[in-house]
Design a protein around this ligand. Structure first.
Ligand code: PLP
Length: 451
């Protein structure tokens, strides 16, 4: 049986569309998701899939060397290899955070999945390769698509601009003016995208891009477009593959628009249904306290003593946060995220500005170089271990969503002591002259003080 997949309404399984159709919402205005023919995937045994995935891992045979396209049949079976637009994304390192785990968290089996060690420096490359490849396939089939467009808190636009440029497909990005970092802004500029800085926040940009893409010639690239989710779900496949097909106890991920948390759950659920794994990990969605609508909903459900429900949710105006890429008050993927958290016995935790900055700095002291969103996830981890929710003998994976070098303003301000709270780990350069004896003396003095 050949693998196949289709768009399906999240709230009505009889409503289906081919993946080549330009459509983002169901008839009732709800979300769509990509559904795979699991019977077709089951026509090969789990052992055969595992063997295939292990054979493809990081090799050069196009397009399987990509972490995403090594799972081609499970991701987007209707894109032919010649239309794949890949920068060999994925296969990011999953490293044992031994010193941070043991010294700062009390968790010896802690791992960090470095999704920011990627072409444009964030996990967004995973979804974007699938979306842009699907667009290339549609254009090849005669669909009149002039450009691909997204609203972004910085990382989505960087990924879209890079993949669009690789495929020679024009890109339009809508950014909230003054609310993204310099590194994030220069990426789409360098890749030649049409960059629009709007005088609003991300939620405002999202409203505009939905209006813009009512024109079928302008294709929507936000994670509301569930093709993106298909690429992002390969994070889960990679985690279990990197653990020799074992499932960790917990996966923590920073959440803004909530596409990623939905994607990660989807990956684990599909592997479970086809038999590649035999249990699910528990998920934690980690929010910044300044942009925490899902955390608030989770608290409401907890107070009522029941699982999270959509009705618990109220959108909010997200406040400025150091974790600028998750400054979102009205997440588009909310219904999928609620379902994901319920299926994976999920928890929602939050981190304040000083908690996220200190957690990032503590982990940096053990050799990492974290972005503020990863700081949110690490701070939430520290809180959940301290509360006993995560037990000390459990295996935990934290998803690091972006490279710290995209967020140097945050780190520099912390170390210069310019943030509006104490920075206990601030580290400043010592300014010295050029006299060798004086420099050597000064270095010895500081090393003695630090001992
Ligand atoms: C670095 C980073 N971390 C986390 C997120 C949150 O992902 P999601 O919006 O899918 O919840 C984003 C999304 O913009 C991001 O850029």
């Amino acid at each position: 049986m050949r693998p196949r997949a289709w768009f399906q309404a999240v709230d009505d399984e009889s409503e289906r569309y081919p993946l080549t159709e330009v459509i983002y919402r169901s008839k009732s205005g709800g979300l769509l998701e990509v559904v795979h023919d699991l019977e077709a995937l089951r026509s090969r045994s789990p052992a055969a899939w595992i063997r295939t995935f292990d054979e493809r891992y990081g090799r050069t045979r196009w397009p399987y060397g990509s972490g995403v396209w090594s799972k081609h049949e499970w991701v987007q079976p209707h894109v032919s290899p010649q239309n794949v637009v890949s920068l060999y994304e994925g296969n990011t390192n999953l490293f044992w955070a031994e010193r941070y785990g043991k010294e700062y968290v009390g968790l010896p089996d802690l791992w960090v999945k470095q999704c920011g060690t990627s072409h444009t420096g964030s996990f967004k490359d995973l979804g974007m390769t699938v979306l842009v490849s699907s667009v290339k396939e549609m254009i090849a089939a005669g669909k009149p698509i002039r450009a691909v467009a997204c609203a972004s808190t910085g990382d989505t636009s960087a990924a879209l601009a890079a993949y669009g440029a690789a495929a020679a497909i024009p890109v339009v990005v809508l950014l909230p003016k003054g609310k993204i970092t310099a590194a994030q802004l220069v990426q789409p500029i360098a890749n030649g995208a049409l960059v629009c800085a709007l005088d609003t926040d991300f939620d405002g940009c999202m409203r505009v891009v939905q209006r813009l893409t009512e024109d079928p010639g302008l294709y929507l690239a936000n994670s509301m477009n569930s093709l993106r989710v298909e690429g992002q779900k390969t994070i889960s496949f990679e985690i279990v593959q990197q653990f020799d097909w074992e499932v960790p106890d917990w996966v923590l991920v920073p959440g803004g628009n909530l596409g990623n948390v939905s994607a990660i759950a989807k990956g684990f659920l599909e592997m479970l249904e086809v038999g590649l794994i035999s249990r699910l990990p528990r998920l934690v969605c980690c929010q910044a306290e300044k942009a925490n609508p899902l955390y608030r909903a989770y608290q409401r459900a907890a107070e009522a003593g029941r699982d999270l429900e959509l009705a618990d949710f109220e959108p909010m105006e997200a406040e400025p946060t150091l974790a600028s890429a998750i400054r979102i008050g009205d997440p588009v993927s909310l219904p999928k995220a609620v379902r994901a958290l319920v299926s994976c016995r999920g928890v929602v935790e939050q981190a304040s500005e000083s908690e996220l900055a200190d957690a990032a700095a503590r982990a940096d002291r053990t050799g990492m170089f974290n972005c503020p969103h990863t700081g949110v996830a690490l701070a939430c981890l520290e809180k959940l271990v301290a509360a006993g929710t995560i037990e000390k003998d459990e295996r935990v994976v934290v998803i690091s969503t972006a490279h710290g070098l995209k967020f140097t303003e945050f780190k520099a301000a912390y170390h210069r002591g310019e943030l509006p709270f104490d920075a206990p780990l601030a580290n400043q350069p010592i300014e010295l002259g050029s006299d060798p004896d004086e420099v050597v003396d000064a270095i010895h003095r500081v090393l003695d003080e630090r001992e």
